[in-house]
Ligand binder design. Structure first.
Ligand SMILES: [Zn+2]
Length: 482
């Protein structure tokens, strides 16, 4: 397109509106990043325990006090562990008293129980201090790692390092609910132990539910981990609430060319696509069905389009609003993986014709659901964090807010990975004998090593495919005006 032509278009429409500021769902005016009372940041993890986004907001506005809250919280978790150890030791199984089922339980005083922490080298005081220091160091290391996975959620624009410091503090705020959960689940473990020792002392029968208690507490531990992950995402979202997306000139959706002074019914002078594609909400970025009606059908439809026609999906997706739908989509995918894993594992049990009782059934279904669900969620965030670092490095994403949304939708690739590995597992279950024979006779390898090599090749290959998909999605959405 010639210069003269674009010149005439400039004259034709001198005032193309800066549409970004008036898009629905965008805050009307930016709230300044004002300081916040120190105690709200320092005790935010407990004060706002049930309002994670408020907590994320509070600690990220006063990061130094937020950092102190990490030290405080992880120290508290260490102290709770010591206290639980002492409480657990108050009543103990005394093997030296008798071999009968009665009168084997002895009691210690609080100090006696505490002195059980002593080792041949160290006094209980030293051990307690070591545990506290250990907890604090792990609190900090954990915050640094978790902060990295939260970065795509927290980072909007500007310096990535500044965002990283904020996401570390926000990730560390999880010590608030974590300390309470550690105390609650730990107390439950102590109670269960105590109940058993009590029973040994009196020689009474085991109650029907007691056999579930240990598995139950482990299950609760996993559930707590899942809840904390969920909490972290909410806190991460809270840490950016006052950051409105920066105003940017209207861009060509295809190539990023500045369209501020180009007529809405013309063509981009850089790449030649119709400017309507970039400026008219009803032309290309019409939105996806999932973001207008959240149903099982639209969820399935979105997954199908994402896997088979990602270009079509990302060209339709509106980027500057509806991020909550993207998170909900990822959440649904993780739940689906949990349900499907549970069914698949039960299927394998039935195939092997194992007789399992009701307790085993409860165990398989509850763990078979919860563990894959949490693992899927964690994998999605770790891969997202890797992609986020690449995106920063490539500098391909001018509006970083888009990254978080893309990453959530890319969770559909989790389903592909799941199908791949479940297919593999089922092949092993169904053709175990045949494959063992084939590998040994024709390829001269043992089944186990072949399996290991296959997994070792598959994992990096799938990761590369996934990262390439994410990169492509970022490219397709980076210039979106909507
Ligand atoms: Zn263009």
């Amino acid at each position: 397109m010639s210069d003269a032509q674009s010149e005439s278009e400039v004259n034709a429409t001198p005032d193309v509106p800066i549409a970004i500021a008036i898009l629905p769902g965008e805050p009307k005016s930016p709230t300044p990043d004002g300081p916040i009372a120190w105690w709200r940041a320092m005790f935010g993890p407990w004060f706002y325990m049930f309002r994670p986004s408020k907590c994320g907001f509070a600690v990220s506005r006063s990061p130094w006090f937020g950092m102190l809250s990490i030290l405080l919280g992880s120290g508290l978790i260490g102290a709770t562990s010591v206290l639980l150890f002492v409480l657990d030791g108050l009543r103990y199984h005394n093997w030296s008293l008798s071999v009968n089922n009665t009168q084997q339980v002895s009691e210690r005083t609080f100090v006696e129980s505490w002195s059980m922490l002593a080792t041949p080298e160290f006094s209980p005081v030293v051990t307690t201090i070591v545990i506290l220091v250990f907890a604090v160091v792990w609190g900090l290391v954990g915050s640094i790692v978790l902060g990295w996975t939260l970065l795509p959620v927290v980072h909007r624009f500007g310096g990535a390092f500044r965002s990283y410091l904020r996401s570390v503090v926000v990730a560390g705020a999880v010590v608030g609910p974590a300390s309470v959960l550690v105390a609650a689940i730990g107390s439950l473990v102590v109670l269960v132990n105590d109940m058993r020792e009590q029973r040994w002392a009196t020689g009474t029968q085991e109650l029907w539910y007691e056999e579930y208690l240990e598995g139950g507490t482990v299950w609760l531990g996993f559930l707590a981990a899942g809840l904390l992950f969920f909490w972290l995402v909410r806190a991460g979202i809270g840490a950016r609430t006052t950051d409105v997306l920066p105003l940017q000139p209207l861009r060509c959706d295809e190539c990023g060319y500045d369209l501020t002074h180009v007529s809405a019914d013309g063509r981009c002078s850089e790449c030649g696509i119709a400017t309507a594609h970039s400026l008219d909400l009803s032309a290309r970025r019409v939105g996806v069905e999932w973001e207008t009606s959240v149903t099982l059908a639209s969820w399935l439809g979105a997954n199908r389009t994402l896997v088979f026609q990602p270009t079509a999906f990302y060209q339709q997706l509106t980027m500057r609003k509806g991020e909550g739908y993207a998170f909900r989509f990822a959440f649904w995918n993780c739940i689906a993986i949990g349900v499907a894993s549970c069914v698949s594992i039960l299927g394998m049990f039935i195939k092997e014709e194992r007789n399992f009782g009701i307790d085993e059934f409860v165990g398989v279904t509850s763990f078979g659901f919860l563990v894959p669900c949490i693992v899927a969620w964690a994998i999605n965030f770790v891969v997202g964090a890797i992609a986020c670092v690449f995106a920063l490095f490539w500098r391909i994403v001018p509006v970083f807010a888009h990254v978080s949304k893309v990453l959530q939708y890319e969770s559909s690739f989790l389903l592909v990975i799941w199908i791949y590995f479940m297919g593999l597992a089922w092949t092993l279950v169904l053709f175990d004998d045949w494959m063992t024979k084939f590998l040994r006779d024709f390829l001269g390898v043992y089944f186990f090593s072949a399996e290991l090599i296959f997994v070792l090749i598959s994992v990096p290959a799938l990761l590369i495919i996934w990262l390439r998909r994410i990169r492509r999605a970022m490219m397709l959405t980076r210039w979106s005006n909507f």
